[in-house]
Design a protein around this ligand. Structure first.
Ligand code: HEC
Length: 112
């Protein structure tokens, strides 16, 4: 669900879909909300079975928690930015910062 929201905003940011300020705002608010749920989907012991979650997650909890915090902060900042932004260009820096947090964690803790 988080990926779908980012995907919708990304399509607008890259010009593949027309910019719709209201739809972007809803997607940003959903992404911010979903980001508060992500910490609960990685309980200890869930590094087995059909998963791309690397076991390092549970060996390196301080860093993983920090990356989760970055995700929450940057998606919240993006949602906040949609309240006042008057153009898509004004949202791009906050969108870029939010998607950087996905990459930062996936590069290290998600298997390909
Ligand atoms: C703190 C770490 C972390 C952050 C931040 C993070 N992810 Fe992930 N994500 C993971 C891990 C680990 C997996 C692999 C989970 C699994 O396979 O069980 C994953 C899997 C996914 C998947 C695949 C889900 C599936 O059903 O296979 C999507 C889509 C995704 N993330 C999107 C995002 C987006 C979009 C962001 C940023 C807005 C984000 N993630 C931020 C760690 C993170």
């Amino acid at each position: 669900m988080l990926g779908a929201q980012i995907g919708m905003m990304g399509a607008m940011a890259s010009g593949k879909a027309p910019y719709d300020a209201a739809a972007f705002k809803v997607a940003a608010e959903r992404a911010a909300f979903m980001s508060t749920v992500v910490p609960d989907v990685f309980p200890a012991g869930s590094d087995v079975g059909n998963t791309k979650a690397k076991s390092e997650i549970w060996k390196n909890q301080p860093e993983f928690q920090k990356l989760l915090g970055d995700l929450r902060d940057k998606t919240a900042a993006l949602a906040a930015a949609t309240k006042t932004a008057t153009s898509l260009d004004a949202l791009k820096p906050a969108f870029g910062a939010a998607t950087q947090t996905c990459k930062a964690c996936h590069d290290k803790y998600k298997a390909d």
